[in-house]
Design a protein around this ligand. Sequence first.
Ligand code: ADP
Ligand code: MG
Length: 289
Amino acid sequence: STPAVMLSAMAAAARGGVLFKSSAALDALAGVNTIAFDKTGTLTQARMTLSHTYADDERGALALATGLEAHSEHPIAQAIVQAAQAQGVAPTLVQGAQAIPGHGIEARLESGELAWAGNLRLAQREGAALTPAQQQAVDTLSREGSSTVIVGVGPRVVGVMGVADTLRPGIAEAIQAIRAAGVAHPVMLTGDKREVAETVAKQVGLTEFRAELLPEDKLRIIGELPGPVAMVGDGVNDAPALARADLGVAVASGTDVAIESADVVLMQNDMGKLAGAVRLAKDASRTVR
Ligand code: ADP
Ligand code: MG
């Protein structure tokens, strides 16, 4: 049976907003060497806003983008749909929309042409080349830490959009506290561009990050990081990594599937509480042994 020390530590953690689904999870957290954080929705709030549109026809580009992104669940998509609504831009009609994980979304226009919205990887896949001005827009936005969405039809780029996210309040202090609690390797994993990852990593005080990852890359990296490894995430696409890690941690604002796949849930979406839980777990497991 579970030692009383573990039970009372789990109860104390729960009062602090950290829900352990089992005493094994508490024990696992005590020994964790690496904590891998998803970026969007975990280190950031995933409340994105459209900040820039570079296009010859800005409203046309936004109409196409919102027509596509209305069919996507990604937080980037919401920012674009909201901006279009706020500006009174009606969505371009599309058919057979299909999300391409780690890339973006594709659909057919009424003309039969293939329209798309997503990252550089998607643009490459569509055989679209950016003009130097478009590439410069992507580079500038990325260095500022904004995600970029490229919108196109077939091999033609119609526009480049910048989508800004907000860090979770207190996230830098939380990372510092997690390190101080004895976690040697806090690391960020993201599907976003290298320059965006680098900027966000700096802002939150992470020296280790891996960028431009496809969902399957995240899974593989979980197995390669110095273990035991905890993974913290929020999204549907994080669920496999949460399950693969020695310990899966979900933020409560995340999707149901992430919460179900996790061993620990951060009820108040507060990463500082995770640092407290690490200390609590270490104390409890020391007492038991
Ligand atoms: P992450 O949550 O780390 O950004 P994802 O796998 O969800 O990881 O996405 C990886 C990248 O794919 C995003 O950073 C974005 O560039 C691109 N992407 C995915 N879905 C969309 C979408 N609907 N619209 C635009 N870009 C997208
Ligand atoms: Mg996420």
